[in-house]
Structures are given as C-alpha cells and as structure tokens.
Design a binder for this molecule. Structure first.
Ligand SMILES: C[S@@+](CC[C@H](N)C(=O)[O-])C[C@H]1O[C@@H](n2cnc3c(N)ncnc32)[C@H](O)[C@@H]1O
Length: 408
C-alpha cells in the first residue's frame, strides 16, 4: 500500500492537530501582524489521499477558510517529487479556487529564502512533515532565529521520524558489535541524519547499546531513538530560544512510536494550546486505529465487524466519560506536586509536567481546569480554576503556622 492510498491512524493525529491548532494560531499570532498569516507546508505531498481524505494541504486551506473573515491567510506548499507535485497542483486547483496559495515544486531547502521574504510582515506557521530525516538542523535554527530577531510570530511543527533514527540506530549498533565499519549506503544515511540532527552526538547511545546484554532488543533501540528525538528538540529549543513540546505518535497503543510531532513556539501559551489540540487529536487517533482494526479481514477471509464506511464503531463521548476521572486525577496529582516545587506556579510554563502521561490521550485544558477546581475545594491551591487559570500565578493557600508545642 502506498503512502497516499489511504490515511492511517498516525496521519490522523497530524491532521487532527493541524485542524485545531492552525486556526487558533492564525487568530492569536495574526493579531500581532495586522491579521496577516502564512501557512507553510514544506513537505506537502499530494494534497489528498486516493480515497479522497484530505492531506495536510487541504487541512491547512480548510483552517485558513475557517478564519478568513478575520485573517488574511496565505499558504505555500512545497513538494519535491514531480508526480506527487502534479497531483497536488490538480487537487488544489480543483478544491481551493479563489483561495490564496502558492505551490512550489522542488526541495524545501531551496525555497526557504522565498518563504522568508513572502512572510516578512506575517505570522508564520510552518509544517515540516517528511518521510525520513527533515530539513537540516542548521537551516531550521536559521529560520527560527531570523524570525525571532525580526520579532515575527513563528511556530514550526516538525515530524521527527523516530523510525528512521531507530532503523539506522540498529544498523549502527550491529556494526559496532561486529567491530566492522558501516557500508557505503549506511554511511550515506548517517550523513543525512548528521545534517538533520546535528553531527555525531546522537550516535554514541546506539554504539553504547552494542556492549550491553540484549543489544538487539528492538524495544531498547526504539527507546534510544525516542530519547534522541527528545534531546534534539531540547537542543534546538535551547539554541533558538523557542519552547519545544513533543508528542510521540504510534500506529496502535502497544507499538513503539514511529514519529514524534514537535512544536517549536515562542510562547508558553502555544505549548498549552498544543496540549489542548493534541488531546483532541488523541481521540481522533483512538477512533482511527479502532476502526482500522475492526475493519480488518479475519483469518477465514471474512470481513471484520465494520467495513470502513462512513460510520465509526468508536463512541467518542463514552470514551471520554470513561477516562476523564482518571485524566483529572493524574493532572490533579501533577499540579499538586508542582505546587510544592514552584512558588508561584503558572501552569502554562509547565504544560508537559501538568499533563504528564495524559498528554495526547484525550485530556485537555478543561480537565486541567477541573483538577485546579478540585485542588481549590480541597484547600490546596489559592486559584478557583476560573478565567485564564493556566496563565495566572497560583500558590498553596497561606496556612497559619503555629509555634511548635503550642496548642490551639
Ligand atoms: C509524509 S509525505 C507528506 C504528507 C503530507 N504532509 C500530509 O500530511 O498529507 C512527505 C512528502 O514530502 C516530499 N518530500 C521529501 N523530501 C522533500 C524535500 N526535501 N522537499 C520537499 N518535499 C519533499 C515527498 O515527496 C512526500 O510527498
């Protein structure tokens, strides 16, 4: 099955996030640029899948339409593969008449200067979604720093292919264990990863895995690849001054993540918004993998319970009802811990720690609000959980300190 035949559950997460994040970004960031916003889709693909499901270009243009009464949104789509580009042009011409967009054939790297010029007085949301290693770290940092210097609102959402790091990492581990050099093809791929991740630093963890017991355990190599993706995001954030927030994405719950979606944003509010939107996208993912599973052909050749029509077997509301108590209680305990560590505490400055293991599972801002309300009722925080609670400073309520030995 080719990539653009039909959309799989991990792609549902990307699109679910774009669909919700981009209108909110246009609204917020566009208010600082006179309403002007650019959406860049650097690895655009064909525009839609063969079964007609929208790909990222159509999702972005739909997001642009949803804010068209308040924002002037321009979109740029770059695609390197000529056949895919031809299909993209057709899809856009057919579905997006009258909307401002610019399709560009070729390599994203070669068009970055033009994108910078075009968005010189605009807020920019860039989506970079390759199959494997993406834009070089140097170019990504250049883009982020240039935009920050000019005080231009900018967010970049990057697909970090953990699977390609992990595939290559296992070859590196194997070569090290067998005490032989990499072959020419692997050396070339290592060069791509060096450009993407930054030279060399990421290799040592895979090489170290060669000397521990069970070095080929795929679980272990996958975990190293995930750590590499996290360290990469932290290092780019540190170098550029942007805040990174990441969400690993899997095919199914028990599988290792195949990619990480990392957002680089200049503002803590962007991180909070990401958490909120990825929570919704997590519900989309639950629906997608469950429906895909239910529609699979059985071993006897019989169709599954669900044949993949328009109706889903997934009851979103029931799923949420069944999980929200657990989400709220985890978030409540996370905030409770943070209240001991940070005085005062501003939740949006610690979004990842607030959501913890619930990030991307369906939990979102409203569950965090309920957690704060419960802490307030229990006398554990001085904020009632009203208004923009995530932006406000909160503390433990002042408690009367009795001298030791004194009785009431
Ligand atoms: C994962 S697909 C994109 C899917 C699309 N973003 C979506 O969500 O519908 C990656 C695409 O990037 C294209 N591509 C790969 N390297 C590229 C490069 N350096 N510049 C531009 N496009 C590239 C590939 O041809 C492919 O169509």
């Amino acid at each position: 099955m080719g990539f653009f035949d039909a959309r799989r559950a991990p792609a549902v997460v990307k699109h679910g996030l774009l669909r919700r994040y981009c209108p909110a970004f246009a609204h917020k960031a566009g208010s600082r640029t006179g309403g002007r916003v650019t959406f860049l889709d650097g690895y655009a693909g064909a525009g839609c899948y063969d079964d007609d499901t929208p790909g990222s270009p159509l999702v972005l243009l739909e997001a642009a339409r949803s804010v068209a009464d308040r924002r002037d949104v321009d979109a740029v789509f770059i695609e390197r593969d000529p056949a895919t580009y031809a299909r993209l042009e057709e899809v856009l011409a057919d579905r997006c008449k009258g909307q401002p967009y610019l399709p560009l054939p070729g390599d994203v790297d070669d068009h970055l200067e033009e994108v910078m010029r075009r968005s010189n007085d605009r807020a920019l949301f860039a989506f970079l979604d390759p199959f494997g290693p993406a834009l070089s770290r140097e170019r990504l940092c250049w883009l982020l720093k240039q935009r920050a210097q000019r005080r231009l609102p900018t967010d970049v959402l990057l697909h970090v292919s953990v699977r390609s790091v992990w595939n290559f990492g296992s070859r590196l581990t194997k070569a090290k264990r067998e005490q032989r050099p990499l072959n020419a093809q692997d050396e070339a791929f290592a060069g791509h990863l060096d450009r993407f991740l930054g030279p060399d630093w990421w290799r040592s963890d895979f090489e170290d895995a060669a000397v521990v017991s069970d070095p080929t355990g795929s679980e272990r190599i996958a975990a190293i690849a995930l750590r590499v993706a996290q360290r990469y995001a932290d290092a780019v954030g540190k170098e550029t001054g942007y805040l990174p927030v990441s969400m690993p994405v899997r095919r199914r719950p028990e599988r290792a993540p195949i990619f990480v979606l990392t957002l680089f944003t200049a503002h803590a509010a962007g991180v909070w918004l990401f958490a909120d939107c990825i929570g919704q996208a997590g519900l989309d993912w639950e629906e997608a993998w469950r429906d895909a599973e239910a529609s699979k052909e059985g071993p006897d050749g019989q169709m599954g319970l669900f044949s993949g029509g328009d109706v889903s077997i997934f009851d979103r509301d029931a799923f949420e009802r069944n999980h929200e108590e657990q989400w709220i209680s985890i978030i409540q305990s996370n905030i409770d811990k943070l209240l001991d560590e940070r005085r005062p505490l501003v939740l949006q400055d610690h979004t990842a720690a607030v959501f913890g293991s619930t990030l991307g599972t369906g939990a979102r801002g409203k569950h965090a609000r309920e957690a704060v309300k419960r802490l307030y009722r229990a006398g554990q925080v001085d904020h009632k959980g009203t208004g923009n609670f995530e932006r406000d400073r909160m503390l433990r309520p002042v408690q009367r300190q009795w001298p030791s030995g004194a009785t009431g």
